[in-house]
Ligand binder design. Sequence first.
Ligand code: ZN
Length: 270
Amino acid sequence: MEKYELQKLRDLPIEGVAERLGLRVSRHKCLCPFHDDHHASMSFKVSRNTFRCFVCGESGGPIDLVMKYLRKNFLDATKWLADENNIILQTSSHRPHPSALTPQSSFDASRYERFFERPWLNDEARRFLFDERRIDPRVVRWCRLTSWKDKQGVPWLQTPYYDCEGKLVGVQNRNLVKGALPRFRFPQGAECGIYNLPVLNLLKPGDELYITEGCSDCWAMLSAGHKAIAIPSATLLTKKDVEILSTLHSQLNLACIPTTTHLANGCSCN
Ligand SMILES: [Zn+2]
């Protein structure tokens, strides 16, 4: 794992991580899960992004909290945190070969384009999209969602990312086995920033545009007849993505679904 990725995990707001774990944080305090606590002995220091229990002495940062609470080792805790926050961890198998001269090899769209020419959904993908998420089949076709199985027989949902001009810029693979980690995989160099950018070409003056977190919420909004794009998580947005969003913000009647991400980004929509 790269250093900067670890830093991303360490920078995840400690109170948010605690809440994801199911702890109830109020006024920077919560009941300590590591001893029989009745007085909210655990406190959070936002400035240092740490927790500490004044009774049992447990303390640390976001990764420590996950390790201790879920009884995971360091690596599994980082995977859990990354997955919960849609952060992509570069594993050694995804790292560019040292012989590659370019510092960051780019996404080879020609390798993937053909998968989306004739999208095909296996049983697991159908169950996920139609039974669990109740996605409209027309949305599935518009988004050109397809599926495949790897050598181990693991079913994956494959989601293409296009830019505003309809050029394939990235692919997201979602593991359809419940609870499997990592949940998401991305090919080398995939730019999976803002999702469903081609919809911007369909926007008419006065239209509302919804911004969701993650693809599945975006499909749900589209299924409900809205126009929507998705962002993966605030930390993943590139400079280019941020520019697109701020241009949209000034041009459109944006309807943000109020999530912590938007608030954290200083979005004035509510
Ligand atoms: Zn304690």
